[in-house]
Ligand binder design. Structure first.
Ligand code: PLP
Length: 400
């Protein structure tokens, strides 16, 4: 705590003290220092697409914003047209049942808010949630804001970065209300076979736990891979909901648009929280989103081939040239790699790469303790810059 904070007269909530410190803080500071010194920093840290939103969506937005009927408060749960399009897209894309747009689907102001709000709908003090570690930090903080306790399910290399459901203690299963899964996975870039989803559905049914699946990366994929939806598992609709987002799929992180669909009771409960918290998504953005759903899958594939595949190859080539023996991810915009054998901590390694080479990558433990020993490279910069990054590392003698 700083002196100023200690002198503060404001009485902050105890809840805020429980939120873990922001682990990127040290790296952010070093990054700012490097930039101030005039270092040409290559940023492969943050998972934010560097490309423009897909053009048909931009074009539709220009039209939609000129239509005054989009300017008033939207329906809290999303326009019916948007929810219809979202249910249909999900069914067509993954070959799953078409959910009822009225009762089983909501539009979201991006997934982040709804993931957070889901915990408010399901978790009381004393309750547990089951969250992946390493994982997207909101599963953890959302649980804590709701007064619950996150039980960390380690994602380990020896289990292909899938949680070991059998390893969850029986008393935790009893107290757990929500399980979060996220495949294709951030940060490990792992994918899950439908057999694992089936095991998770069966597990959650047995213990009466809501299964929430976060599918933010389904549309960034390689070598013809298609990620299964949780609803490809039998009986998932009885116990599961799935979060989808426009952010990474269509380069729309700033627009704030997503949808969530599945089990009616859970969707209704989440809707009740949301109705009291936010006021929905700008109708013009929902119209633009509907246009996004109409983009042919071939165009998404072409984007992946043109933009992400060459970067993925450049990163893999770079790593392999420095001694890493690494497989390419089938999906996501990340490569997850072990830190060099000579290094003892991910944070130290990432600090070294920044200070010596001017390169930003993310330490694995920033996403949870089980991420220690790994770092994450984001495919958010172009091939020449990626090659430059690996040349700098080679020059400094960095190797696996
Ligand atoms: C980026 C990301 C999201 C959030 O996306 P928004 O829709 O922009 O809120 C959710 N989950 C994971 C795992 C992400 O990486």
């Amino acid at each position: 705590m700083t002196d100023t904070a200690q002198q503060s007269k404001l009485a902050l909530s105890k809840r805020l003290d429980l939120i873990p410190p922001y682990l990127f803080a040290r790296l952010d500071q070093k990054k700012a220092e490097a930039k101030a010194k005039g270092v040409d920093v290559i940023n492969m840290g943050i998972g934010d697409p560097d490309q423009a939103t897909l053009q048909p969506i931009i074009d539709e937005m220009h039209t939609a914003i000129d239509d005054a009927s989009t300017h008033d408060y939207p329906p809290y749960t999303g326009t019916l047209d948007f929810r219809k399009a979202a249910c249909k897209w999900t069914a067509d894309r993954f070959g799953v049942q078409e959910f009822d747009p009225v009762t089983q689907c909501l539009s979201t102001v991006g997934s982040k808010e709804s993931i957070h709000n889901l915990f408010l709908a399901f978790v009381d003090p004393g309750d547990y949630t089951l969250v992946p570690d390493p994982g997207y930090p909101v599963y953890n903080t959302g649980t804590i804001f709701a007064g619950g306790t996150p039980y960390k399910m380690p994602l380990l290399a020896k289990n292909n970065f899938l949680p070991d459901l059998e390893a969850i203690p029986a008393d935790i299963c009893k107290k757990a209300k929500v399980m979060f899964l996220n495949y294709p996975n951030n940060p490990t870039s792992a994918t899950a076979p439908v057999e694992f989803f089936q095991a998770a559905v069966d597990f959650c049914k047995k213990h009466n736990i809501l299964l929430a699946h976060d599918m933010a990366y389904s549309e960034i994929y390689f070598e013809g891979y298609t990620s299964p939806s949780i609803f490809n598992a039998k009986g998932a609709e009885d116990i599961a909901i799935e979060f989808h987002s426009f952010s990474k799929s269509y380069n729309m992180t700033g627009w704030r648009l997503g949808w969530v669909l599945g089990n009616q009771e859970a969707i209704q409960a989440l809707g009740q929280v949301k109705t009291n918290v936010d006021s929905g998504v700008f109708k013009a953005i929902q119209k633009a989103g509907i246009r996004g759903f109409q983009i042919p899958q071939e165009d998404i594939e072409k984007r992946n081939l043109d933009v992400y595949e060459p970067r993925r190859q450049a990163i893999l080539e770079g790593l392999r040239s420095l001694g890493w023996d690494i497989q390419g991810p089938k999906s996501t915009m990340f490569v997850w790699a072990p830190i060099p054998r000579s290094e003892s901590s991910a944070a130290d390694f990432c600090t070294k790469v920044l200070e010596e080479c001017g390169i930003v990558v993310s330490p694995g433990n920033a996403f949870g303790d089980s991420g220690e020993g790994f770092f994450r490279i984001a495919m958010t910069t172009d091939v020449p810059r990626i090659q430059e990054a690996f040349k700098r590392m080679a020059d400094k003698g960095i190797k696996y």
